[in-house]
Design a protein around this ligand. Sequence first.
Ligand code: FDA
Length: 325
Amino acid sequence: MVGLFSRMIVGMTIRMPRWFVGWVSRRYVAGPSLDDAVRVMKRLESEGACFTIDVLGEEISTMAEATYFLEEYKRVIAAITENSLDANLSIKPTAFGLLLDKEKGMSNIESLVRMAADHNMFVRLDMEDHRVTSDTIQVMLDMHDSGLTNVGVVLQGRLFRTIDDIEQVKTKLGPSADYRICKGIYLEPEEIAHTSRQDIIDATNACIDSMLDAGAYVGIASHDHPIIAHALNSLETRSMGPECIDPRPGVPDERPHKGPGYEFQMLLGVRGPLRRRLRNKGHRTRVYIPYGDKWYEYSIRRLQENPTIGTQIAKAFIMPWTNRP
Ligand code: FDA
């Protein structure tokens, strides 16, 4: 029933004029330009949040497009520095050419990560669908091998493989691993992923615990109460929390611009009151700020890939108190 309702909302939304989709996505996307992203971050700075910036766009069809992303992200580094923002970068490896020309894609990513390192800035590799899971993890490991430690990966709780990936990364990086853990937005086939809501929650929570036990830095990226409640409990049982020094053995003394071994991360426009409550209790909270002129394609593709977002958007409008920005 919920699935049918979601599909109906998605079906209606993608037939709507561009201005309507723009109106819906306004709360989730900072705007078409870098100036819009800077403006939104300056506004949210007052609540004590920090940020990660995503230039919208993903799988590309020519390497010229990869050059566009590389240059745009260089402008983002300059804007973060000029405006003294507490922000880092989130990049999609396929936007840098990973699926078109692996070698060139890798070298594009490396050149950005190196520039970010020169500015003491962190780069998060967003995780896309299962075609690129192994390559994305490998890119991160290769960067660490070449001395670039300012890079970390996203893992998706819904994938069966993730719990093993955490073990593999642990043997290579130990507590230098820096993750974002989320449920995973792509609806992956049941052969490789959990598909029921409760299984996805349980698997994601198990990944959070496994990352914490590995001594890794953990960005808990969820707006879902059972995940946040579980994470808070797991932190407490490990004597981790705001104002605490990370007590886990072997962890780096200092992680620049990071929390005490963990942080909470949320998407722009989603469950602001929850984010502010966590912040008011002293937890580090990071807001994911997407911007770019590809906002229309991004919004439509997300809706088509995962129709359950339709329900969330409908809920945000029909019951706005459940999801204030
Ligand atoms: P759930 O989907 O159950 O949401 C809980 C509640 O939050 C909903 O009931 C609704 O009220 C609200 N909500 C959540 N998402 C909403 C939305 N889009 N619009 C309106 N309301 C919404 N995935 C991935 O595959 N690769 C990645 O790299 C990332 N990166 C990433 C970064 C950050 C900072 C976040 C927060 C999330 C991601 N994700 C991601 C997406 C993630 O995998 C997941 O799809 C969403 O966070 C939704 O899952 P929740 O855990 O929030 O639960």
